[in-house]
Design a protein around this ligand. Structure first.
Ligand code: 3PG
Length: 212
């Protein structure tokens, strides 16, 4: 079932904290998605880092219509197409080569290309896109970097990801050029392995409250 009504004009307005999720078992996909929705975060960036990722994405797309499921860690043109065909509603990449930008554009899906420098952000803006992932955020200058680029590059809006925690997320979210942050802390591997869906819903609830 599709959920066109759940997708806002801007991917950065979906949720204040985008859950970046790594799954090793297909059967965890639907309960993880439902736990995030229960905690108030109806979006998931499912990373294409495991052999089950595309099947997990397809399961969520088919069985959890109340969440917007996207594919993360898209690093090749082939993955962009595979993610689209599996039911992804959006794509996220850690970097942005011309080939990858073209492939993600070809899917027709909204996407966040990854950037880590001013020149990379300018290159994305030159393609007509204004929204991007800032990755790896903490290792690339963190909130201080984004604060510094807000005046010279006002057209760009970011989803910083990489090293974001409950302790530093609010600092990013307070910046004018940050729409949301992304992080893997909502679905720690040990809680997923233990099938502790209530704990994951609790982490999502705390993260959703960070938006203030
Ligand atoms: C990503 O793919 O966006 C990052 O691996 C997430 O970074 P984190 O694990 O530091 O939250």
């Amino acid at each position: 079932m599709s959920t066109p009504d759940l997708l806002p004009d801007s991917l950065l307005d979906l949720v204040p904290v985008m859950p970046v999720v790594v799954l090793h078992r297909v059967e965890d996909a639907v309960p993880v998605a439902r736990a995030l929705v229960a905690g108030g975060l109806p979006a998931i960036e499912l990373t294409l880092r495991t052999p089950v990722a595309l099947d997990a994405l397809a399961a969520i797309a088919a069985e959890v219509p109340e969440i917007v499921v996207g594919a993360g860690t898209v690093v090749s043109a082939g993955q962009a197409k595979e993610a689209h065909d599996a039911g992804a509603r959006f794509l996220v990449s850690p970097g942005a080569t011309p080939t990858l930008l073209a492939a993600m554009t070809d899917t027709g899906l909204p996407f966040l290309p990854g950037v880590a420098t001013v020149s990379e952000a300018l290159a994305v803006l030159e393609t007509g896109l204004t929204e991007m992932k800032f990755f790896p955020a903490e290792a690339s200058g963190g909130a201080a970097f984004l604060s510094s680029v807000a005046a010279p590059v006002p057209a760009a809006r970011f989803c910083p990801t990489g090293g974001i925690t409950p302790a530093n997320a609010a600092r990013y979210l307070a910046l004018p050029n940050v729409g949301c942050v992304g992080g893997s802390w909502l679905t720690p591997g040990d809680l997923v392995a233990a099938r502790d869906w209530d704990a994951i819903a609790g982490l999502a609830r705390e993260a959703a409250a960070l938006a203030g």
